[in-house]
Structure formats: C-alpha cells, structure tokens
Design a protein around this ligand. Structure first.
Ligand code: GRF
Length: 198
C-alpha cells in the first residue's frame, strides 16, 4: 500500500508511521510522499532524514478546492492509495473527500465525538473528564468527523496538567495510528478498503 501523509507541523505521528513501515511492522507498504501546507513544518526535515520524498503545497490565497486539486495531483503522481492526515491543520474540500472516498484517515487527540477541534486535550482537561484518549477515523468534509476506525482511552491521573495529559495521549496516538493502518493494509489486500471492514 502506498501511503501519503499530510502534515502542517512537527510530524511526530508522521515519524511514527514512517518508522513502523521502515522496520516492517506495517507490512507491504511504503510511505511514498509527505506533503505539508506549511514550508516551515518541522516534520518535513524528519521525513527527509528518513529518506521519504517531501513536497510543500501552500494555500497562497487560492480557494480550498484549488489547493486540494494541487495536493491531489501530487498524490496521484506518487500513486498514493491511503492518505493519512497527521496534524494537517486544514479542512479538506468536499471535492477532495469524494475523490478519495474511504481512503483518507485522521488522528485526533480525544474520544470523538467528544472534543472536536483545536486543543482537544486541553478541552478535555478543563471539562474535568476522567477519561479521554484518541481516535483514528475516516475523514469527511466536516471537522474531526467520519466513521471511527479505532479509539484508545487515556485516563486523567491525579496531578496531571493539560500538558502531561497531552503527552500521554500523544504516546498512545503513535501506537493507535499504526494499529489502524495495519488493519487498513490488511483490508486492502482483500480489496475491501472501505468502512465495511469496521
Ligand atoms: C496530534 O495530537 C494529532 O492528534 C492532531 O494534531 C497533533 C499533531 O501532532 N491531529 P504531530 O504533528 O503528529 O506531532
């Protein structure tokens, strides 16, 4: 399975995916391209160090769909079959989502549908919830929305700050994203990559 990863920032989930592919934990796969909408995303250098091709495609005042069409062209150039959003901070257009239906997944640091949007870990912390976590889900054109693939709970511990809770969630994100991709790769082998495998 050829995987493309979209990032906007530090790319720790991206790095975890690349490492899992390169050590053979995610089998029969290759991270073909990492695309960032931000030229200064620190994840770009991490991808390059790991030998993965990178591209920067900025929005530059164009419409959401025009931007997405340029990303789609790059994705096709690299024959990408699965698109992983990993801290990609833009909403995708309806055009892009239907063009790659059931082939786009995202990770979010809460147990969706609870706490969508920015700073989900802090939202959960400030709400006083005892259990939060992370979610890998198929992507539609709505923010942090779509069929859930896998979720993992992370308890709030005595003495936690929003930061310590976020750190523990991030560790689980890296494991959960790999687990979800492994399931999708296995489903792809059977040519049933859609939400029927859930
Ligand atoms: C992660 O918490 C992810 O769940 C959210 O954005 C953050 C990205 O972190 N969507 P990183 O760039 O993968 O380190």
């Amino acid at each position: 399975m050829k995987i493309g990863i979209l990032i906007s920032g530090r790319g720790s989930n991206m790095a975890a995916i690349i490492d899992a592919v390169q050590r053979g934990e995610i089998r029969d796969s290759e991270v073909a391209i990492v695309i960032s909408d931000k030229p200064d995303a620190t994840g770009l250098a991490k991808a390059a160090e790991k030998g993965v091709p990178t591209a920067v495609i900025e929005r530059r005042g164009r419409s959401r769909e025009e931007h997405d069409r340029e990303i789609a062209a790059k994705i096709r150039e690299y024959n990408v079959e699965l698109i992983c959003l990993a801290g990609y901070m833009r909403l995708l257009s309806g055009w892009f989502v239907s063009e790659f239906a059931n082939r786009i997944i995202n990770i979010h640091p809460s147990l969706l549908p609870a706490f969508p949007g920015l700073d989900a870990q802090r939202q959960a912390f400030e709400a006083g919830t005892k259990v939060t976590g992370c979610t890998v889900h198929f992507v539609d054109e709505h923010l942090d929305h779509g069929d859930v693939i896998l979720q993992r709970e992370v308890p709030r511990l005595d003495g936690d700050t929003a930061e310590s809770l976020a750190d523990r969630i991030l560790q689980q994100e890296h494991l959960l994203y790999i687990q979800a991709i492994k399931r999708l790769v296995a489903a792809n082998g059977a040519d049933v990559i859609d939400n029927s495998f859930l």
